[in-house]
Write a protein that binds this ligand. Structure first.
Ligand SMILES: Cc1ncc(COP(=O)(O)O)c(C=O)c1O
Length: 447
């Protein structure tokens, strides 16, 4: 039940005024036409719940300094792109060195062998391709899955987000698959190519797969884009069993769940996907997506290539696999995504989780907390939802926005989507307690 009270409205008005007062330089920039639609180079930058976007002067580790000189503890980390901290030193060094040796040539660079071996060892798949984004990786992998299986449909779970990938931009509405109402310029019926079923619903999945027209199930092992929803015990085993039984490929998208541990959720929990995808933080912040696949999928792709003319395949882009990406990937996989860094990240997230849970208990709030390794969120419901419908019922956008702005004014930048928190490797030991103290003071003003 959303909390919309006079106290909440007054709090928001005070926080808006404080934000405006303390950011004259960002405000001056925000009011100047600068040649960009909406004043920002990418329209998502308008989607933050503050009066105008803060302009970033610099960022390092888990600190971000804005144009007005405020030093913030960054728990958003670019919504995962900077999950291992801003400018991880090994990546910064690698891209600097590569800059003097050529950035892109549409030919393999000397790093490919080592990067291939690192991807194999870390994430388990024998064959890999590189893209510019996770969106691209998902799009290309789905195209490959349809080609290999000679089937036309894909299946997603309600509440999913897999990037700018047409086929996955659907919701479940009254039991029917429908295009997300927020899509721009959709020109064909997504329900004709996609089936959407509730997360954690084995029966619905089984019913859909029995039709044997599904090329691929694409899923995150836990939903992270509709709040965070964990799989029920045994659900992922059932997904694997059913996909195998119906000759449907299983694509596990770990773009966000890479927070779970060094091998993602797949490595931590021993999943056996046919295709595995990650992006965002995988090259330390240099735009990169990766998709890996099994020997069987590789043989399928080879067969497809032998059956059709060479030429535009609909897979790949000119800058993908560039020397710059490979240098950044090598440094990130080797020296940043280490057991040590993950241990620090997860310890930071556990401290945040414990602190928030303690505060919730102390204040008697009907809320819960979910954590996937270094990533966590507060859910405005007494027990954790098991699907997107239940999660949507817990949303309170007014409260979420008020908390976001209040935290920002107290020195903490959190993600504009569900106030997700990510603990980077260099998060200070003092930060979790300071965060909880800030949250405490805000909740005392609001509730
Ligand atoms: C699970 C998942 N997959 C893929 C993507 C797409 O990533 P990108 O926007 O970097 O292409 C996202 C973005 O949030 C995501 O959450």
């Amino acid at each position: 039940m959303p909390i919309v009270t006079e106290k909440l409205r007054k709090f928001k008005a005070r926080e808006n005024a404080a934000y405006l007062r303390s950011r004259p330089l960002s405000a001056a920039r925000a009011n100047q036409p600068n040649g960009f639609f909406g004043g920002v180079p990418q329209h998502w930058m308008m989607d933050w719940p503050m009066p105008f976007p803060l302009v970033v002067h610099s960022a390092s580790g888990t600190c971000l300094t804005d144009l007005d000189g405020h030093v913030l503890t960054d728990l958003c980390l670019g919504d995962t792109g900077a999950m291992f901290g801003h400018n991880p030193e090994p990546v910064a060094r690698a891209i600097q060195a590569q800059a003097s040796r050529g950035l892109t040539s549409m030919l393999p660079s000397a790093d490919v062998e080592e990067v291939g071996a690192l991807l194999q060892t870390k994430f388990g798949m024998p064959y890999w391709q590189i893209t510019l984004t996770a969106s691209d990786a998902n799009r290309f992998a789905l195209r490959a899955a349809r080609a290999v299986t000679k089937r036309t449909k894909i299946l997603v779970f309600d509440g999913c987000y897999h990037g700018a990938v047409d086929e996955t931009a659907v919701n479940l509405a009254a039991g029917r698959t429908v295009a997300k109402p927020s899509l721009w310029g959709q020109s064909y019926d997504l329900a004709a190519v996609t089936t959407c079923v509730p997360f954690n619903d084995v029966e619905a999945l089984s019913y859909a797969l029995k039709l044997e027209d599904t090329a691929c199930v694409i899923m995150e092992p836990a939903l992270t884009n509709c709040g965070m929803v964990a799989p029920l015990p045994g659900f992922l085993d059932e997904v694997r069993r059913l996909t195998r039984a119906h000759s449907t490929l299983l694509l596990i998208d770990e773009t966000h769940t890479l927070s779970t541990g060094p091998g993602g959720w797949t490595g931590t929990h021993g999943l056996e996907p046919d295709i595995w995808v990650a992006g965002k933080a995988v090259a330390g912040g240099i735009p990169t997506g990766v998709w890996g696949f099994t020997e069987e999928v590789k043989r399928g792709i080879e067969r497809v290539r032998s059956e059709i003319p060479a030429g535009h395949s609909g897979v790949g882009t000119t800058l993908s696999g560039s020397a710059l990406q490979m240098a950044a990937l090598r440094a990130c996989l080797l020296d940043v995504m280490t057991e040590t860094n993950y241990a620090a990240m997860i310890a930071g997230a556990i401290a945040l989780e414990d602190g928030i849970k303690g505060l919730i208990a102390e204040m008697g709030l009907p809320w819960s907390v979910i954590r996937l390794g270094a990533r966590l969120e507060t859910v405005f419901a007494p027990s954790l939802p098991i699907n997107a419908d239940q999660m949507r019922a817990s949303f309170d956008y007014e409260l979420e926005a008020a908390l976001h702005l209040g935290l920002l004014n107290r020195g903490f930048l959190v993600t504009p989507f569900h106030n997700m928190l990510l603990a980077g490797p260099s998060l200070s030991r003092a930060a979790p307690a300071a965060y909880v103290a800030a949250l405490n003071s805000i909740l005392n003003e609001i509730l």
